[in-house]
Each structure stands twice: as structure tokens, then as C-alpha cells.
Design a protein around this ligand. Structure first.
Ligand code: GSH
Length: 201
């Protein structure tokens, strides 16, 4: 296996770096930032026509989109063992929560500078959408430890990677106790701590 991960840890690439740590993968890291002109070079566009990060190349095959990358890595390298990151039982729930995170959480939380005007125009509407999604997550987590199985899986990582402690701090989780406790459990994991320390985020 020869894996290259393109993307700065101060981007959505952080969730892929965390997944790689959970899986114990070794990789070459190319920490391109979101506005690096090389992302729009013919060489990089051949890897990812969107010219965005994260992008990976694994044994010569390129893949982009953070959720797809994490699902691929987890399925390829994390399907075995007693508590697999990619569980065979619960696979559909892994897809469901990963897609939910990108469809129903990330659009309201992302801090993309180019969307500043859109966010300003939307005003408090976005707060209501964040709260509605957090209520969904809170209800799903009530009485259970993890989203897709009886142990931590890539579904938890993908949703927690979108939410993140720093984003959670901006709106608070006091009214969503199950989410607050689950997010703490996710980020207390050794691989999460090691990744954050390694990349100092
Ligand atoms: N849906 C994509 C979004 C990727 C994305 O927009 N990444 C940002 C950095 S976090 C980026 O590369 N922006 C530069 C651009 O799109 O030109 C994913 O989850 O990977």
C-alpha cells in the first residue's frame, strides 16, 4: 500500500488524517491549503476535477470527497477485528450517518470564507438549522454510545469530524447533552488526540 494524503490539517483533510490514525496507516502527507494555486493545476485537476482537498492517491488510484475517502479507507483497511472501524453489521447506518453529516450538518457549520456573504444574508436562519440538526443527532444518540454499532465506527468519526469541538464551542451543546458527551468520547480517543497533537489544531 502506498498512500498519499493531500490537504492541510486546517481543512476537511483533518477528518481523513484522523481516519488514517485510527487505522494505523502510514502515508505521505502533502499539506496543501485550500487556496494553493496548485489545486487548480492540470496535474492536480487530473487527480480531482474539483481541485479541492482532501484528495488521496492509494496505490495509484485517486479519490476525492472527504466522506468517500474515509468510507473507502475504513472499508479497505478497517473491516477486520472485534471492533472494526467499518462494521459489516451496521454498514448501511455508516452510510446513512456519513451522508447525513454532509447533507444536514456541514452546510450550516462550514466556515468557508467564500460563503461569508451567503451566511450573512441567511442571518439567524442558519442557527435554527444547526439546532434542528443537533436535535436529530441528540435523539439518535439518546441511550446509546455510538451511531452505527455498539462501538466507535467511521460513522462517528465522519459526523464528529464535521461537528468538531471548535465548531461546537461557537454555538454550545448545553441543550444537547447526548451529543456533548458523545463528541467528548470521540475526541478523547487516542487516535483523535494524537492527530490533533501531531498537527497542533
Ligand atoms: N465536499 C468536499 C468539499 C471539499 C472542499 O471544499 N474543500 C475545501 C477545503 S476544506 C477546498 O479545497 N476548497 C478549495 C476549492 O474548492 O477551490 C469534501 O468533503 O471533501
Amino acid at each position: 500500500m502506498a498512500l498519499t494524503i493531500y490537504g492541510s490539517p486546517r481543512s476537511r483533510t483533518m477528518r481523513t488524517l484522523w481516519a488514517a490514525a485510527e487505522l494505523g496507516l502510514t502515508y505521505e502527507h502533502v499539506p496543501l491549503v485550500w487556496d494553493d494555486p496548485w489545486l487548480k493545476s492540470p496535474q492536480f485537476l487530473a487527480l480531482n476535477p474539483a481541485g479541492s482537498i482532501p484528495t488521496i492517491v492509494d496505490d495509484g488510484a485517486a479519490l476525492s470527497e472527504s466522506m468517500a475517502i474515509n468510507l473507502y479507507l475504513a472499508k479497505m483497511y478497517g473491516s477486520a477485528g472485534a471492533h472494526p472501524l467499518y462494521p459489516s453489521e451496521g454498514e448501511a447506518q455508516v452510510w446513512r450517518w456519513s451522508l447525513w453529516a454532509q447533507g444536514h450538518l456541514e452546510p450550516w457549520l462550514q466556515q468557508d470564507g467564500r460563503l461569508a456573504a451567503v451566511r450573512a444574508a441567511a442571518g439567524r436562519e442558519i442557527d435554527a438549522l444547526v439546532q434542528a440538526s443537533l436535535s436529530t443527532l441528540d435523539r439518535a444518540l439518546a441511550g446509546r454510545g455510538w451511531l452505527a454499532a455498539d462501538h466507535f465506527t467511521i460513522a462517528d468519526l465522519n459526523v464528529a469530524g464535521v461537528l468538531s469541538p471548535s465548531r461546537a464551542m461557537t454555538f454550545g451543546l448545553a441543550e444537547h447533552g447526548a451529543v456533548e458527551a458523545w463528541l467528548a468520547r470521540c475526541y478523547e480517543r487516542p487516535a483523535a488526540r494524537a492527530t490533533r497533537e501531531r498537527f497542533a489544531t
